[in-house]
Design a protein around this ligand. Structure first.
Ligand SMILES: Cc1cc2nc3c(=O)[nH]c(=O)nc-3n(C[C@H](O)[C@H](O)[C@H](O)COP(=O)(O)OP(=O)(O)OC[C@H]3O[C@@H](n4cnc5c(N)ncnc54)[C@H](O)[C@@H]3O)c2cc1C
Length: 224
């Protein structure tokens, strides 16, 4: 959620974060930021109920060149862990790719989104689709659909078009923006003795959306 809020159209998410922080303070929820929950940390806390909400993590497709220096992912990009080149190419055209592409384009970069399917933003609802289309036009974001990424080279991304033609899309930075996967790392390290009751909520169950994460949390909150 912290990373999503960096996208130009999701700035109001920061208000939501402030709202929940204020509500937690009101009802006396103790928070410790910058601390990793490990099995040892949890053991020391001796919780009656353990709720795991570790979110999702980026996926890494098996492509020649995927470990090249010019390749990054949405998480590292939004976390300011990479220096972007002038030409930025996104592999994958889902909602998160579009939002992150807009975040990059407002910085003055030349952005291209590559999508294997026939539509950019295939998982965006109709209202937001119209807004994003306008934004993508305004930011001059190029899109290529029906292209299969074959490999990554120093000069850019090599794709095959629907007609079977090979083309290189020039790129200084390549951003993998394929659907994330549930981060089940902590859940797998937790044993049944860690707490009498254990729940997983949000994206660490399966990669979904904010609505589901909030509702998972509400339902478990009511239950316990
Ligand atoms: C760029 C981007 C755009 C998005 N756009 C949309 C959108 O338009 N609409 C929508 O509905 N959803 C969108 N999403 C998805 C949405 O943000 C997630 O579905 C939602 O935030 C999931 O909530 P969560 O609490 O399960 O996980 P997260 O919000 O990912 O939070 C998990 C938190 O757990 C922390 N954590 C992980 N492991 C540990 C550990 N061991 N110890 C302590 N802390 C840990 C992480 O640092 C993170 O802060 C977007 C996501 C991104 C990244």
């Amino acid at each position: 959620m912290r990373l999503g809020a960096k996208s130009p159209l999701l700035r109001e998410w920061n208000d939501l974060v402030k709202y929940y922080a204020a509500q937690m303070k009101k009802v006396g929820v103790r928070t410790e930021l910058g601390k990793e929950a490990t099995p040892d940390v949890i053991k020391k806390e001796k919780p009656d109920v353990l709720i795991i909400a570790t979110g999702s993590k980026p996926t890494k497709p098996e492509l020649p060149g995927i470990d090249n220096q010019n390749v990054t992912n949405v998480f590292d990009l939004l976390d300011n862990k990479v220096t972007l080149g002038d030409k930025v190419v996104f592999i994958g055209g889902n909602e998160i790719a579009v939002q992150t592409a807009e975040y990059v384009a407002v910085q003055g970069k030349k952005v291209t989104i590559l999508e294997e399917g026939k539509r950019i933003g295939y998982d965006i609802n109709i209202f937001n689709t119209l807004v994003h289309r306008r934004k993508m036009d305004e930011y001059k974001i190029k899109t290529l659909v029906n292209v299969k990424v074959d490999r990554i080279e120093d000069e850019g991304v090599v794709v095959t078009t629907l007609g079977g033609k090979e083309a290189t899309i020039p790129a200084d930075t390549i951003v993998v923006a394929l659907p994330f996967e549930a981060d089940t790392g902590l859940r797998q390290q937790i044993s049944v003795t860690s707490a009498p009751e254990i729940y997983s909520i949000g994206d660490c169950v399966s990669f979904r959306k904010l609505y589901e994460a909030i509702h998972d949390g509400f339902k478990v909150g009511v239950k316990v």
